[in-house]
Design a protein around this ligand. Structure first.
Ligand SMILES: [Zn+2]
Length: 114
């Protein structure tokens, strides 16, 4: 399962961050997932529960923040969010563009240690 390997990766990163912070108990792990990253937030949360078993992160909660698609319009020379992810075009002038600047991210934003 795709999400399970991502969840394990998140656990790895967060465990390392916890070690760097000098230990403690992690309460919340925040991740940012772009809508184009191909990850279902609910599936990731579910897999996270499995992935943290027996790790220092056991008992912590995963919060998934979904990041929108951001395109760069060459006509307007600005970044904008398309009307929907199936129509990658500028919402202002309608220019179709494949210059995607956001929406593919998959990163651990922060961990909260108590
Ligand atoms: Zn435009």
């Amino acid at each position: 399962m795709h999400e399970l390997s991502i969840a394990r990766n998140v656990v790895e990163i967060a465990t390392e961050a916890l070690r760097d912070a000098g230990g403690g108990t992690v309460s919340v792990v925040r991740v940012r997932v772009g809508v184009l990253a191909g990850v279902a937030p609910e599936a990731l949360t579910f897999c996270y529960e499995i992935a943290i078993r027996g790790t220092p992160l056991e008992g912590s909660q995963l919060l998934v923040e979904v990041a929108p698609v951001v395109l760069h319009c060459p006509t307007c020379d600005r970044d904008a969010q398309p009307p929907d992810i199936c129509h990658l075009e500028c919402p202002v002038c309608g220019t179709a563009t494949a210059d995607v600047r956001g929406g593919r991210e998959l990163e651990v934003e922060s961990i909260e240690v108590i």
